[in-house]
Design a protein around this ligand. Structure first.
Ligand code: ZN
Ligand code: ZN
Length: 316
């Protein structure tokens, strides 16, 4: 490294950005752009996958599987109902406290902060399946749309101009800047819970390392791949009810996996609704849960599917 101080400074700046996404570049005025994978910046993402191999060392228990499944469900709901339908599309209203709570749960998904997520997603709708779409399987290939595009310098950047409505909230800006804080807290909390259970409830046959591997690494990696099927598979496989300008599809399997996001052709045709399954048989778990939250006053003004859209959906 000493023979290449500029390279070392650049690597150090990149590592700082693992923890502080607003950390300055290695040199003043260095452009923070690039469309190739930044492998050092992407190292934690790759390490999360390798950490799943820890299952071979820590074994398994019913407790670990239940916790992994529960964390998948809670975080999938936060992603689809809040990161997607609330932050990216503003399809309902809520209090600042509930907004923050679900921004925190969303941050625990390790899919970065709510503003980063919403900004890229708004760009996706604006340019869906064109060269300017960040993740189009038709334009960029399947693998890139699934798990390549966000590992570049361009992909890591939050496009602030796309999210002025969210940037008003300092607590959201903080979550976006320090987007590893919540995931690290979750991982540490799971380890501590496992250690406590090992002592206080030995019949559960779990421990700290086991809950860390299953509850954090395995659950998060499965959650991640389920989420990004909507970027990759849901623009390739399924039916097209509406002739949208993009290549979005409706796919019942993906809708079950992602709590309703698989009705992606519906969603591209009319993104302004909190509901994505347009017919009664189009299972949309996040919509049902949002209705339940509205019934107890936690959210309000859920935007429905307009009658003219339902009428067109009913014909196909
Ligand atoms: Zn899409
Ligand atoms: Zn969307």
């Amino acid at each position: 490294m000493s023979g290449n101080p500029r390279g070392a400074a650049r690597a150090l700046a990149t590592v700082r950005r693992w923890f502080d996404t607003a950390a300055p570049a290695a040199r003043d005025g260095e452009a923070d752009v690039g469309s190739r994978i930044d492998w050092l910046r992407a190292a934690p993402f790759i390490a999360m996958h390798l950490a799943c191999l820890g299952v071979l060392a820590v074994g398994v228990s019913a407790t670990a599987l239940w916790i992994a499944a529960a964390l998948y469900a809670v975080r999938m709901f936060a992603l689809t109902a809040f990161y997607h339908r609330y932050f990216a599309h503003r399809t309902f209203r809520t209090s600042r406290a509930v907004q923050f709570v679900f921004a925190v749960i969303g941050s625990a998904c390790v899919q970065r902060g709510p503003m980063w997520w919403a900004a890229h997603h708004r760009n996706h709708h604006r340019h869906a399946d064109t060269a300017l779409d960040p993740h189009s399987p038709g334009v960029h290939g399947f693998l890139w749309s699934h798990a390549g595009w966000f590992l570049t310098r361009d992909g890591f950047r939050t496009d602030w101009e796309r999210v002025p409505d969210l940037a008003r909230y300092p607590e959201l800006r903080w979550l976006d800047r320090y987007d590893t804080v919540v995931p690290v807290a979750l991982a540490a909390g799971l380890y501590a819970l496992g250690a406590v259970l090992e002592r206080s409830a030995p019949q559960l046959a779990t421990n700290g390392p086991q809950l860390l591997v299953w509850g954090f690494f395995v659950s998060t990696v499965v959650l991640f791949h389920a989420t990004v099927t909507i970027n990759s598979l849901a623009h390739r496989f399924g039916s097209r009810r509406f002739e949208t300008r993009d290549d979005s599809r409706n796919n019942a399997w993906l809708a079950l996996l992602t709590f309703g996001e698989g009705w992606h052709n519906n969603h591209h045709f009319f993104p302004g609704s909190a509901r994505q399954g347009f017919r009664w048989w189009e299972v949309d778990l996040s919509w049902y849960l949002l209705r339940a939250m509205a019934a107890v006053g936690l959210v309000r003004d859920l935007k429905p599917v307009p009658a003219w859209v339902l009428a067109r959906a009913g014909k196909r």
